[in-house]
Design a binder for this molecule. Structure first.
Ligand SMILES: [Zn+2]
Length: 362
């Protein structure tokens, strides 16, 4: 933990033993942004305060100057209420509050780079876990939205250590082709998010925008199920409280489990049964990589004619799909290919294979 001290500021959380470590550079970036934001809004007292405090720093020797800035940034960061936000979150999630000893906040350079994780092991001195978060500095400008977002992430972290959720880290889809793994992970993530947002809505009030986004995503991922069935399943997940991990897995990969859940029955018993073929559920989207050449694809050639989503989709010929499959045994016609790859096989298939040609010549 000592190595952290030079790169991170420490904040003690009131009425608890939890320590929050925040990256020094991130703290500075956030303070400067908040001050700048205040100035733009015409909130002069805040920018004046910063200016008044720092105006004499430049007369100080270099080393003292750095530490004066550090102290100011640390104090302002504390006053803006970021460490208090961690306290509120810990109060909201009692299982985390009991098991977490520290929270480490680092900087993310983009949305993709952001993460919120719970260490799997415990610290050997206090037997507590650590939450690690990487966030973009601009997230801290709007504390209300940041809190909303972190509640979702933290409730999922809490689920992973809550015995009633029965979380299991084994990767049960690793044997599947990547496109099928993606669709199952997207579905699992969507179901878990619905269950989590439903619980948060009851605890903190409805977030209508989050609900609509989740409903859209859910309808897309389960579009083969009838509307009325989907509506009931969505609502039950939303209302149910903790839907355990094995049930979410069953709903992710098993059509029958979906029907059972719709009828109000428990689906845990079905979790060992994996639906054999989910490849027909795959919808290649505009901009997704072609499974053969990996280039982002804007014009897909697919097998089924029923997909009328946005972007160009052409229906391919079965014989050419067979030709592709002969060369790529893990590929399935349902995955689709880009137009260029399709054309390549179209050309190939006009030339008879070597053995047939040899026979024709005789
Ligand atoms: Zn391609």
């Amino acid at each position: 933990m000592n190595g952290l001290v030079s790169f991170f500021f420490q904040f003690r959380i009131k009425e608890s033993s939890v320590v929050v470590f925040v990256d020094r550079q991130l703290t500075e970036k956030i303070v400067l942004r908040v001050v700048d934001d205040a100035r733009r809004r015409g909130d002069h007292p805040m920018s004046d305060e910063y200016h008044d405090a720092t105006v004499n720093f430049y007369d100080l020797p270099k080393r003292d100057r750095a530490s004066a800035f550090d102290t100011l940034h640390r104090d302002m960061f504390d006053r803006f209420g970021f460490p208090s936000l961690v306290k509120e979150l810990l109060d909201d999630f009692p299982i985390l509050r009991e098991q977490v000893g520290s929270v480490l906040i680092g900087s993310a350079s983009s949305g993709k780079d952001e993460s919120v994780d719970l260490d799997t092991g415990v610290n050997h001195t206090d037997r507590k876990r650590r939450i690690g978060m990487r966030l973009q500095p601009e997230r801290f400008i709007d504390l209300i939205r940041l809190r909303q977002r972190l509640r979702v992430e933290w409730l999922q972290l809490q689920d992973t250590i809550d015995p009633t959720f029965q979380y299991d880290t084994s990767q049960r889809w690793d044997d599947l082709p990547p496109m099928e793994q993606n669709i199952l992970r997207d579905r699992y993530g969507a179901l878990w998010n619905i269950a989590v947002e439903g619980r948060l809505a009851r605890q903190f009030g409805e977030n209508e925008r989050a609900r609509m986004n989740l409903l859209d995503q859910f309808n897309r991922l389960y579009r083969k199920h009838p509307d009325n069935v989907r509506d009931v399943v969505f609502q039950r997940l939303w209302d149910e409280g903790v839907t355990p991990h094995p049930s979410l897995v069953a709903l992710t990969e098993n059509r029958r489990a979906f029907g059972e859940f719709y009828s109000g029955r428990s689906v845990e018993s079905l979790s060992d049964e994996r639906e054999q073929d989910i490849s027909e559920e795959i919808v290649p989207n505009v901009g997704d990589p072609c499974p053969l050449c990996r280039f982002p694809t804007y014009r897909w050639v697919i097998r089924a004619a029923t997909l009328n989503g946005e972007g160009a989709k052409t229906v391919g010929v079965g014989e050419i799909f067979e030709r592709i499959q002969a060369e790529h045994p893990n590929w399935k016609p349902e995955y689709g290919v880009c137009e260029r790859c399709y054309e390549r096989y179209e050309l190939l298939s006009t030339v008879p294979p070597q053995s047939e040609r040899a026979q024709q010549c005789r």
